[in-house]
Design a protein around this ligand. Sequence first.
Ligand SMILES: [Zn+2]
Length: 139
Amino acid sequence: MPQGYDYERLLDRAFASVPELANENVDFKIPQVDSIVQGSKTILRNFSQIADVARRNPADIAKYLSKEFAAPASTDDQKLTINARVQQQVLNERIKKYFEVYVVCRECHKPDTHIEETSRGYVTLVCEACGARYTIKRS
Ligand SMILES: [Zn+2]
C-alpha cells in the first residue's frame, strides 16, 4: 500500500462530510441583517422580515436589541431604528444570538417554536417539531 493512503482517505472523508453537514441546516438559515448607519442612528431595514422568520412579536425583538445595545429602539413599518451606531456585523451577531436562545430549539435545532408565558422573568420555549419544552429567561 503506498504511503499517504490514509491521508488521502482522511481528506476524502473530510470533503464528504461537508455536504452532509450543510444538508442538516438546509431548511433554516438565520436571516442576515440589512442595516445602515445614519448619523447617530442605525436603521435595520429588513427588521419585519427577520421578525417574520423568527415568528416573534417585533416589539419583543426590538426590546431585546434595545437592551443589548443599551440604546432606545423604535419600530416603524418594516424598519427598526436604534439610537446608536451599530456595525452590521455586530447586529448580525446579536440577531444570531436571539435566534439561538429564543427561536431555535435546543433539542432538534428547528425554528418551529413558540413562547409561552411562565412565571415572572421567565418564559417556556415550546418546540412544535419535536415537542421539547424548556424554560428560558425572558428577553
Ligand atoms: Zn425541537
